[in-house]
Structures are given as C-alpha cells and as structure tokens.
Design a protein around this ligand. Structure first.
Ligand code: AN7
Length: 408
C-alpha cells in the first residue's frame, strides 16, 4: 500500500509535494523530512513473520515503485559476551548489543539509505545520481546506480578515503573525482553540480535517503520483540544516521507499536567534534570545525549538514554526545575484533569506544540495555588495520622453522 506522505521543513513546518526536487526548505532553508499521515496507514510489519530487511518495513517507506534492491538490512544484533565481562559481572542486568551494519551488501549502513534513495531517483525520473563522500556513501551509491543502470558521479576528499571504499566506487562504474579539499568542500561542490545539471543528490541531506536508514530502529525493536533499548550509541559524521534512527523510533512510538524512545548517544572523533561541542556548550547550532582530522576517515567531517536534526535527536531523547581519541578508537576496534569476532572499520569502533568511556565515567546507568551501531565493515580500511597490527612473521618453508615460530 502506498503511504500518504509529504516533505516538511523541520523549522518553519511548511509542507511540500514529495515529487518536488528539493533538498532544503525553499522558504526558510531548513532541513526537510518525510512526514506520514500515520493514522491512515495500515502497518502490519510488527505482526508479520517476514525476514528482517529494509523492505519488510515498506509500509513506512516513501517509495511507490518496485525498489532497486540487493537485499539490504537484516543485519545481526550480537550480544557482547567477553568485551564487557567485567562490567557485566558488576551489573548482571546490563545487556550490551552490537548492531553490525557492516554486514550490508556493500559493507555499510549506507545501503539502507541508497536502496530507498536510488529507488526514489528512478521513481522521480532522475537520470544521474551524485554525492560527496568520505567513502562509504560513494561505494554504496556506485553500487545501487549500477544495479539501476544509471550513471553516478562521486566527489571524494582526495587521499583521505579508505582503500576498500575507493575500490568499490571504481569497480561499480562511478565517475570518481578526487577533490583537492576535504569532505565539507566536496559536499558544497556536489550540491552546486546537482543544482546546475539536474543530477539527483544522494547525500544524507536528501530526506528520502534517511528514510531507508531509519529501518535500523525498526530492526532493533523487531529483534528485541518490539521492545526498545534504553540507549543507542553510534558514530556521528554528517549526522544523518543518528537523526534517521531517532525518527524511526519516534514513528514506532507514534504508531503505538513501542512505548519509549532510546537515549540517542552520538560519538565523534576528538579532531572532528562540532556536534559534541554544540551539546557541551548548549549551542543552538554547531560551529564548523575547519580542519577536521581523525584516523576514522569516514567521520572526518567538520560541518555536518544534518546537525540541526541531530542536536534535536540528542536533546529530545535525553541522550549524550562525547568524543573519543584515535587511540581509544583503535583499542575498541581491536577488542571488538579479537574478543568478540566482530570486524569493524575505525569510525564504527567509535561507538564502542564511546560506550566504554561513558561506562567508565559512570555517565550511564548500570542496568541500561544498550545497542551500539557499528556502521562499516573492517575490510573497508585494510590499510589502517595493517598499520595498527603486529606484522606477520616471515618463516622459511621448513618444519623446524615453523615449529620454532609457533612455539618460540
Ligand atoms: C562507517 O560516506 O559521510 O553521521 O560520505 O561511513 O550519518 O554521516 C560516512 C559516514 C559513520 C557517519 N560510520 O554517519 C560518507 C559518510 C561510517 C560512515 C558515519 C559514516 P553520519
């Protein structure tokens, strides 16, 4: 069934026809979101036995054609067993889960947004799709554009995108531009290109893309038997995902499917923390960081476009925002990999590093049920992994040498 929905400005609340090609409010410049006439929509996904995937929840997705899909979503929710054993022993009731979004088709949560966003592009008759990207968005966009049979143009901060992501954008056939500049500059440029040439912009300023990403909330609640965790912790870069997941939880509550909203908790890297600063200082809007820097290149973003939505998500839900150092990120990445068997890229490990810091500092209650979202797969950034790990031991092709190396 086709849902009744519109675009609405989050600031002046003006509403627009969803077929208009707009990314911000033509009247006041505010961010847009998709709003549904919830009472008129027949929602059955909480009763259906269908496998979890983005399109299981299509009653609350704004796409009216057969979607462009390669089976996104349905990612695992792992309960942590060893990493927080000490903390668990202190607090037997604490449950900590990891929602591993790195297990989407292209290895990141972006696929949830792109299956919806590229489907929308086709529905709207758009002929070319484009984005700026710290890597994962470009990998995902290139893949879904290939699936849809339309060209993609991606602008990258040259030299600062992890190897696996560049490789994906290239092999899936996107036009890949290495900009001599950072992500924030690339995003400004791609917005101009889209305006001038009528390309469809699929950065997270596009409200339809975020609709796909809100299914992370639906899947978490679904997997917990339509209960809601106390807190969701995730990395924040351009601040789309935290906004999308919050919206998903709000819609579930509005529909009467769940009865609470998790405390949305955003983690940024120390060198790129405009959202954390705005929360700390009680600012209305973020102050951009001109020279963002972190090993977690995915979230090396100084001027997040969705900051206004993210600040609301964090404040309204009673959540938190903190930053972590690159060392804490690397430690969390290593521990997730070696103690839990969960391989994630550095930005994703920021969520677990942040949780560890919050628990250590006593900033979150001992009995909270927590979900950390790990947003990207470890193979995205093999260069970083090899850099932070001990090197393999070279051994002659000789049994005595092997024995010596194994036991020595
Ligand atoms: C692994 O690909 O911005 O706060 O251009 O790749 O929704 O931006 C990636 C962001 C977290 C931050 N984790 O999410 C891009 C891009 C990973 C990411 C984020 C990104 P948002």
């Amino acid at each position: 069934m086709t849902p009744a929905y519109q675009l609405q400005c989050i600031d002046c609340h003006a509403t627009y026809d969803p077929a208009e090609i707009i990314y911000t409010c033509p009247s006041c410049g505010g961010l847009l979101e998709v709003v549904y006439d919830l009472p008129s929509i027949e929602i059955d996904f909480h009763r259906s036995g269908e496998c979890r995937s983005v399109w299981k929840y299509r009653a609350l997705l704004p796409v009216d054609i057969e979607p462009v899909t390669i089976q996104e979503g349905g990612t695992p929710l792992y309960r942590l067993r060893r990493l927080f054993r000490e903390i668990d022993a202190n607090s037997r009731s604490r449950e900590i889960f990891v929602k591993h979004e790195g297990l989407n088709p292209t290895g990141s949560f972006k696929d949830r947004g792109m299956t919806v966003g590229v489907s929308k592009a086709i529905e709207l008759g758009m002929r070319t799709v484009a984005c700026a990207s710290t890597g994962n968005t470009s990998a995902s966009l290139a893949t879904y554009a290939a699936r849809a049979g339309i060209p993609a143009v991606v602008l990258l901060p040259g030299g600062k995108v992890a190897l696996g992501k560049v490789a994906q954008a290239l092999i899936h056939g996107a036009k890949v531009l290495n900009i001599r500049g950072n992500f924030d500059e690339a995003l400004k440029l791609v917005r101009q290109v889209c305006d001038e040439y009528g390309f469809y912009l699929l950065n997270s300023i596009n409200p339809f893309r975020l609709e796909g990403q809100k299914t992370i909330a639906f899947e978490i609640a679904d997997e917990l038997g339509w209960e809601v965790p106390d807190r969701v912790i995730l990395p924040v870069g351009n601040a789309g995902n935290i906004s999308a997941i919050y919206k998903g939880f709000k819609e579930l509550k509005s529909c009467g499917i769940t009865d609470s909203i998790p405390k949305m908790t955003g983690i940024q890297a120390e060198g790129a923390r405009p959202v954390v600063d705005a929360i700390d200082r009680g600012l209305e809007a973020i102050e951009p960081e001109r020279k963002p820097e972190t090993i977690a290149t995915a979230i090396r973003i100084g001027d997040p476009v969705n900051a206004a939505k993210a600040l609301r998500a964090i404040r309204e839900s009673g959540g938190l925002a903190i930053s972590v150092t690159d060392e804490e990120i690397i430690d969390a990445q290593r521990d997730l990999a070696s103690l839990e068997g969960i391989g994630v890229e550095p930005a994703s490990a920021a969520s677990v590093a942040g949780m560890r810091r919050l628990i250590a500092e006593g900033l979150i209650d001992a009995d909270e049920r927590i979900v950390c979202v790990t947003t990207g797969h470890i193979l995205k950034d093999p260069t970083e992994v090899v850099d932070v790990c001990a090197k393999p031991t070279w051994v002659d092709a000789d049994i005595e040498a092997v024995k010596k190396a194994v036991f020595g």
